[in-house]
Write a new protein. Structure first.
Length: 137
């Protein structure tokens, strides 16, 4: 009986961790989409992108467009959200930094939102511990 439970636990545990990773990636994708849509709405109504913010701080221009503040808590896949305006050659982007370097969740997120390649597209690796989601070139 104990042997059977041990075998079942050995099979179920990796699937449980995979499901947890998948849930974290999906939650992160949802946060990125919500922040990007709020920024695009802000730009459509004001003609300007929210101002650059350092660290995990909600740009004040985005506050009216967001019900919750995704910048106030850690990113589900690790690290924190950061808003960048006119940085790195992009007019607007969302950075996630402070992640576990080269975390497989980064590639999972890219496969979900973009082209599955962290070197190209809308979601790119900035450094091993940071990725950016480009809202506007």
């Amino acid at each position: 009986m104990v042997l059977i439970l041990g075998v079942l636990a050995g099979v179920a545990a990796p699937r449980l961790f995979d499901a947890t990773d998948e849930a974290s990636v999906n939650a992160t994708a949802q946060h990125l989409i919500v922040i990007a849509e709020a920024a695009e709405l802000c730009f459509a109504q004001t003609g300007e992108w929210p101002g650059n913010q350092n660290g995990a701080i909600l740009p004040p221009e985005l506050a009216p467009y967001l019900r919750d503040n995704p910048f106030a808590s850690p990113c589900p896949i690790g690290g924190v959200f950061d808003w960048d305006a006119n940085n790195g050659g992009h007019r607007a982007r969302i950075k996630i930094y402070g992640m576990t370097p080269n975390d497989p969740a980064q590639l999972m997120l890219d496969s979900l939102l973009d082209d599955g390649d962290l070197a190209t597209g809308q979601l790119i690796a900035l450094r091993p511990e940071a990725i950016v989601y480009i809202v506007a070139e």
